[in-house]
Design a protein around this ligand. Sequence first.
Ligand SMILES: [Zn+2]
Length: 153
Amino acid sequence: MKYAQSIQRSKNISAATIVPTHVILHHTSGSYTGSVSWCLDPISKVSYHCIVARDGRRTVLAAPYARAWHAGKSSWQGCPDCNSYALGLAWEGDTYQNPLSEDAIASAAEYLRPILKDYKIPPANIIRHADVAPGRKDDCSPAAREALLSYLP
Ligand SMILES: [Zn+2]
């Protein structure tokens, strides 16, 4: 593993588990450490599965099969409640204002590669929060998704 990965389990997940068939890409808008703290705080009732910093460090907050609370009210191709079938990955910052660093993309790819393989998730099933909650959410930038796909499988 090239990038440092810290594992800290968030309580902002459901008791029931999931079989992830999709990945939803987010950005945090805020800082890396602030976003990790927010996801670890039970008050927030939100958590991604993984947050990737601009320098490529990352924190894993939930196992891939955990139903983490990242997408909120959402729907994709007629299937509501994306948290029940999608893993959430977030990049630090605002991907519209600051294009992703190479380290941030490569680290996300490093984290996702074995998960995509294990769960047989095709690249087409890697989508953006904006895709599943249009009008409500705009993260992440289409360019960020394209950059990630160029690093996969
Ligand atoms: Zn989001």
